[in-house]
Design a protein. Sequence first.
Length: 232
Amino acid sequence: MSVSSGANLFHLRAKFPLAVVAKALEVLGDRWLVGYDIGCVFGKTIASSSLGRAFEDAKCRCCVNAFHGYSHSYECQKKNHPNGIEGMGLEDLETLERIFSASNALGGVTRYMTRYRRRVFIDLFFQQWDAEKYANLGIMLHNNYVQALEIIDTEEEALQHAMKTLNITQADVDKWHVEEIAYFRTLGAEPEYDVHRLAYVELLQSYRDVRCVSYSALTRSVNNTSLSQRKI
């Protein structure tokens, strides 16, 4: 598939996630986040759609999922990966991947079923999934809370010790984060002074080539003159 046809296909299918965003704006209110495998691109799609103004006014944003985000460029990861988003917490936004992984077990069971029975089994699977997750919701929230407290108690102390040892402050870390984003945004763009340096080197190489040609011509001329004098 060509790039242009792939892009057109994405725009045709974008109506489905856009419909989800439209419903979320009605139900969830302000300040929520969309986790999407191509959230970096989808954010631009939302901005150019009729939902763009409402999405911006609600102070919502898009990002990429933690697992899929590592396949994006580092510039994209610095802006859109959950690890770089303040307040993101422990959420990795990969619930669908876990559902897909669990539902793979249906393949062997439903492979030779009729269409009706296959759909019944799939429906029963997701009903059971919902029931189990709802039953374990309290345990999941408790475990996440305990994990967050453990991270704060152990890793925060290690971080503060490292910062003190290296004589750096939180302001330094924040500054480096901004500088890193700017660096990767301009990575690959040739600075102006490098352009002039490259042009200077290219001129020197051209001058060297011209001198070699001139020296070769001069040498042949001298040799020919000497040979003519000998014949005379």
